[in-house]
Design a protein around this ligand. Structure first.
Ligand code: HEC
Length: 385
């Protein structure tokens, strides 16, 4: 709702047209017609003269608040409850639950406070320095998070941090400035331009954070990114690419139409190339040695595969899980029957062999030889014999 709304208003601003004869009217920024939901909408943008305030005015601040508040509620439910199962990865750092939650809360509050205070002080006179410091701080915090929490939680925390900064910008700077604008218009006073400028600055920050934020919020569907040993680097690349694409979307109307598309295409290609490069350059241990095949180990039998899956996966991935942490099969994935195992063969390889993100926090103590065996079975065609 929130991001969609912000994009709609950005789009509106770019597509308004001044009606013939009104080009030089003070405070008139243009209008447009739209068709949607069974009717036509006429939208006009203008500044109001002092004393012109309409009786009813719609604000757009609650979308932001509900998005942020529901996200924080989910953070608590998914990451803090359950003994911090998704938050803590003993292979990264063996934190206690309380300790991990304390780090999590701090990692959100502290950077936001520093950011906010910095833009209230240095940001006014030296925005370039404040910008560079903010960016460097974001990268440092992101890296630190990947060294503290599970990859998945680290990514999500960077997202929550961006979302929190954006929400703070809305409530501590943008909304107060709009409130002053409304008040000044009502009481027939001139507007405070310094306040408007500050709000504009924070809106620009929010604009550049939207795409990185959207990727991060979806990142838990892409274990190949967050589970990689260089997960922080992948995150940096995606954040830069997201902000870069956003930048081209912002300026493309000022460029010729072909030049405008070069930016996003270059950005996406670069990000994809780097990510593919990084993903394929996993440590060699993750893939079986090519010599293993040629030295002719006996083919893996399906019975062997079933045996491994039965002991290492079915405690969670079953219609009747025995693992108390997951009373229902996670994401609906079950390995009770041969057919279920066969159809999921590529995902089994991806999660248990390539990314090694399954079994979840290696709860069932899967050995590397077992991973190698599953991988070989898939490479041999994932047969059912
Ligand atoms: C301790 C519980 C647990 C065990 C044991 C476990 N998983 Fe999972 N599995 C999860 C959870 C939680 C999720 C959802 C979160 C995620 O995708 O990371 C999941 C999701 C999955 C998915 C669906 C997501 C996707 O990437 O397609 C697959 C496939 C999967 N696991 C395979 C396995 C395999 C193979 C094993 C055994 C080698 C295994 N799991 C063992 C908890 C477990």
């Amino acid at each position: 709702m929130w991001i969609g709304n912000s994009m709609l208003f950005n789009w509106l601003d770019r597509n308004l047209e001044k009606a013939a004869g009104r080009e030089n009217e003070v405070g008139y920024e243009g209008k447009m017609w739209m068709v949607h939901s069974g009717g036509f909408y006429e939208v006009e943008k203008r500044q109001l003269s002092p004393g012109q305030m309409p009786a009813k005015l719609h604000w757009f601040k609650w979308q932001n608040f509900t998005t942020w508040a529901s996200g924080i509620a989910l953070l608590v439910v998914v990451y803090y409850l359950n003994g911090g199962a998704y938050l803590i990865d003993p292979a990264v750092r063996a934190l206690g639950v309380t300790q991990a939650i304390a780090f999590s809360v701090l990692s959100l509050l502290l950077p936001f406070t520093v950011y906010h205070l910095m833009w209230r002080t240095i940001g006014k006179s030296a925005p370039v320095i404040a910008g560079l410091v903010s960016l460097a701080a974001l990268l440092v915090v992101s890296y630190a998070l990947t060294q503290l929490f599970s990859g998945r939680a680290a990514y999500l925390h960077v997202g929550v941090l961006l979302g929190t900064v954006m929400t703070g910008n809305v409530w501590l700077v943008i909304v107060p400035s709009q409130r002053m604008l409304v008040k000044a218009t009502e009481s027939g006073q001139e507007q405070d331009y310094a306040l408007n400028q500050r709000a504009k600055q924070r809106s620009i920050h929010n604009n550049y954070m939207t795409f990185p934020l959207l990727f991060i919020m979806l990142s838990n569907h892409f274990p190949g990114t967050y589970s990689h040993p260089l997960n922080w680097l992948i995150l940096f690349v995606v954040m830069f690419a997201g902000a870069g694409i956003r930048h081209f979307m912002n300026i493309r109307y000022a460029l010729s139409s072909t030049a405008a598309w070069l930016g996003p295409i270059a950005g996406i290609s670069l990000a994809t190339t780097v990510i593919l490069f990084v993903l394929t350059a996993r440590p060699a241990a993750a893939t079986p040695e090519p010599t293993t095949k040629s030295t002719g180990k006996p083919p893996v039998t399906f019975a062997q595969v079933q045996g491994i899956i039965q002991t290492r996966c079915v405690t969670c991935h079953s219609a009747t899980p025995t693992e108390p942490m997951f009373p229902v099969a996670p994401t609906g994935v079950m390995f009770d029957s041969p057919a279920q195992i066969l159809i999921l063969a590529p995902r089994i390889k991806e999660r248990a062999v390539v990314t090694k993100t399954m079994p979840f926090i290696n709860k069932t103590g899967m050995a590397d030889e077992e991973r190698e065996l599953l991988g070989r079975w898939v490479d041999e065609g994932a047969h059912g014999q």
